[in-house]
Design a protein around this ligand. Structure first.
Ligand SMILES: *[C@@H]1O[C@H](CO)[C@@H](O)[C@H](O)[C@H]1NC(C)=O
Ligand SMILES: *[C@@H]1O[C@H](CO)[C@@H](O)[C@H](O)[C@H]1NC(C)=O
Ligand SMILES: *[C@@H]1O[C@H](CO)[C@@H](O)[C@H](O)[C@H]1NC(C)=O
Ligand SMILES: *[C@@H]1O[C@H](CO)[C@@H](O)[C@H](O)[C@H]1NC(C)=O
Ligand SMILES: *[C@@H]1O[C@H](CO)[C@@H](O)[C@H](O)[C@H]1NC(C)=O
Ligand SMILES: *[C@@H]1O[C@H](CO)[C@@H](O)[C@H](O)[C@H]1NC(C)=O
Ligand SMILES: *[C@@H]1O[C@H](CO)[C@@H](O)[C@H](O)[C@H]1NC(C)=O
Length: 246
């Protein structure tokens, strides 16, 4: 017992004054979204409530990720995915902006990957063979003229695509779309963009295990578990677990 007390006294202060178990990081609402770890609500939560790149700016009409053009439509904490759409693409009624807009480059966001569950809107031009059946012609004056646009039922970042879907010999551009999106006519395009697409996040640490052990998940140079003892643990609040400085 005495030894334990001594150890406690000798240990460096493990917890920043700003950390306390309590309501600081309680789930917060933004429109119909519930924001909690690993996300945090800018202006409402302290930054230690989530990962720096997963801050949500709450313009209730259009919550965005870190005040970017990525508008958040929904967050599913169960399967770690979020639905979002890109405001720049939604501004264009014709799909032509997608011919010059490199989605995979623009969406190179930390911790988030465009889900392979998405479907893909494919725009192609100058093909060495005829465009796939069912594709719609679209004229994009700023991008060389005649393009064809069609929906592929699979998204692969950067392409190329599964057999039969590949726009062989073409110049092409791909936009992820919510699974189940159908492009019947070009007028459908803006609505489809606003339905968004899926992204999946991967963060270190097992938040559920931390929480189950009585802790709350925090970000402090990586995942930490804030425990009833007021300390940041590396994984859970299980007894005997020590926090290690990296
Ligand atoms: C949440 O609100 C947005 C925009 O107001 C809407 O597009 C979306 O479908 C809503 N999500 C749910 C789950 O109600
Ligand atoms: C958030 O956005 C600002 C301004 O665009 C940018 O400088 C910053 O790097 C972004 N932060 C993260 C963590 O993505
Ligand atoms: C978000 O971005 C807009 C325009 O890009 C800017 O006017 C606004 O001040 C930003 N808000 C925050 C909280 O950074
Ligand atoms: C996660 O679950 C939601 C609700 O069941 C579903 O709509 C979404 O497609 C799932 N996300 C992924 C990436 O499978
Ligand atoms: C789009 O961006 C990705 C990632 O940065 C890159 O690998 C790819 O070559 C780019 N595609 C085009 C057509 O520029
Ligand atoms: C397609 O080919 C035509 C004629 O060679 C050219 O003018 C046009 O720029 C090409 N389109 C693209 C997007 O490269
Ligand atoms: C953890 O558990 C508490 C209740 O003990 C709950 O309020 C909180 O929302 C849970 N989730 C996180 C991410 O901390």
């Amino acid at each position: 017992m005495l030894l334990a007390l001594l150890l406690l006294l000798l240990l460096p202060p493990l917890v920043a004054a700003s950390h306390e178990l309590g309501a600081a990081c309680a789930p917060a609402k933004c429109g119909n979204l519930t924001i909690r770890y690993p996300f945090w609500l800018l202006g409402r939560h302290p930054p230690y409530c989530g990962y720096p790149s997963l801050g949500v700016s709450c313009d209730p009409a259009a919550p965005s990720l870190n005040n970017s053009s990525l508008r958040v439509l929904g967050i599913d904490y169960g399967n770690r995915s979020l639905a979002a759409f890109h405001a720049k693409l939604a501004e264009d009624a014709t799909a032509c902006s997608a011919t010059t807009f490199n989605v995979s480059a623009t969406l190179a966001l930390p911790l988030l990957a465009v889900s392979r569950a998405n479907w893909a809107l494919i725009l192609c031009t100058n093909c060495s063979r005829t465009a796939p059946a069912g594709s719609l012609p679209v004229t994009c004056p700023g991008s060389g003229g005649a393009w064809n646009v069609y929906m592929g039922r699979r998204y692969e970042s950067g392409g190329p695509f599964v057999q039969g879907m590949a726009p062989v010999g073409c110049k092409y551009s791909v936009v992820p779309m919510m699974p189940g999106s159908e492009l019947g006519k070009l007028d459908d395009y803006p609505g489809l963009v606003r339905r968004g697409f899926l992204m999946e996040w991967t963060v270190a640490g097992d938040c559920a295990a931390c929480n189950k052990s009585g802790g709350q998940c925090r970000y402090d140079d990586g995942f930490k578990c804030l425990c009833p003892d007021g300390r940041l643990h590396s994984a859970t609040c299980a007894r005997g677990e020590f926090f290690h400085y990296d």
